[in-house]
Design a protein around this ligand. Structure first.
Ligand SMILES: Nc1ncnc2c1ncn2[C@@H]1O[C@H](COP(=O)(O)OP(=O)(O)O)[C@@H](O)[C@H]1O
Ligand SMILES: [Mg+2]
Length: 329
């Protein structure tokens, strides 16, 4: 019992050297309560958030990093390839509901990673997010993590009815499943970015293993129109994407973002199969999956794009009343 309390104290920002009551208060007001939270941001950003000078913020981040390594909660700076393999093995996977799609992803949607599903309207992005929000709650032996979900719904397409239906078909109590999905509906990118800052707290409070952001890139495109605002947009998007990557890694959760393809009639030579967001999104996400419709109305084709770990490949899956399944189910 006492061991537990001591451990928690070691993770509190106030346990760091040089953090008195005033600094601790500034950090907490910025939503930084633990040393893990401190690892989410750059010193410059921490300084912006709290008013603490950048050099001090830098020292705090380094101190937090050393502490996490001592506690075995962060990997060492340098590691042998076999140690890296061990850490990767600690990665867990949530089943998508389709064996074909799981196989393409080498086991399902991974924790410690940001997986992007992109494709045109109706390609199945929202259905995948709904199914994963249910499946994460399954016990590990059934392909889940036995954990809850956070669903950030920027397009107002989250459907509790659909969750109920999917849960019912997977033998879960729909009411229990609904209780374990925390839904955020940001009206604009300022609120969206603020919600991302609150994620660490919510992950701990609700024991979350999966986060969906449906859609993630759309709101930035909608608000920052025109060439003149492109660099501003890409800067915000960059911070947003990096926060998501850090959260996935630090808290061992699976993050899924959805994205549209470019379908702007004014860009005649634009590739209609390319996701929006440019290099910023391309470089930040761990895995990119392109979803296409097929001739059969309930079947979809998923392709893995530019993965360092996966050979190029495709998988066919179905969308039914059960959510995502294999075509023959
Ligand atoms: N209850 C359901 N039963 C079967 N298929 C469904 C159900 N709900 C949605 N779908 C299928 O999912 C498709 C919509 O996919 P969706 O994930 O919303 O697309 P996206 O988010 O990529 O625009 C619909 O065209 C339909 O084929
Ligand atoms: Mg959708």
């Amino acid at each position: 019992m006492t061991g537990e309390i001591e451990f928690d104290e070691m993770l509190d920002v106030s346990s760091l050297k040089g953090v008195g009551d005033v600094t601790a208060k500034k950090l907490r007001e910025a939503g930084i309560n633990t040393i893990q939270d401190l690892m989410l941001y750059s010193p410059i950003y921490i300084s912006e958030l709290t008013g603490i000078p950048v050099e001090r913020a830098e020292k705090l981040v380094l101190q937090a990093y050393e502490r996490l390594k001592d506690l075995g909660l962060a990997p060492p700076d340098f590691a042998s390839a076999s140690d890296i393999m061990e850490r990767r093995k600690a990665r867990k996977y949530i089943t998508t509901g389709s064996h074909n799609l799981d196989e393409l992803l080498k086991g399902g949607v991974a924790t410690q990673a940001v997986t992007e599903f992109y494709g045109e309207f109706g390609s199945g992005k929202t259905q995948i997010c709904h199914t994963l929000a249910v499946n994460v709650q399954l016990p590990e032996e059934q392909g889940g993590l036995g954990k809850g979900a956070i669903y950030i719904d920027t397009e107002n397409t989250f459907s509790p009815d659909r969750i109920t239906e999917i849960a019912y078909h997977r033998g879960l109590d729909p009411n229990e499943v609904l209780k374990r999905i925390i839904v955020g509906t940001p009206y604009n990118t300022v609120i969206l970015l603020n919600m991302v800052k609150k994620l660490p707290e919510l992950i701990k409070k609700y024991d979350v293993g999966f986060i969906a952001i449906d859609s993630a890139v759309g709101p930035f495109r909608a608000e920052y129109l025109g060439r003149g605002r492109l660099s501003e947009r890409q800067q915000l998007l960059n911070r947003f994407m990096h926060d998501l990557v850090r959260i996935a890694e630090v808290y061992d959760v699976a993050v899924v973002i959805t994205n549209q393809v470019q379908e702007r009639p004014d860009v005649i030579f634009g590739d209609p199969t390319k996701p929006i967001g440019g290099h910023v999104v391309a470089h930040a996400v761990t895995y990119r999956i392109y979803l296409k419709k097929s001739k059969r109305p309930n079947l979809r084709i998923a392709s893995i794009i530019d993965s360092p770990e996966h050979p190029p490949g495709e998988a066919v899956f179905a969308i039914t009343e059960k959510g995502v399944t294999d075509p023959e189910d």
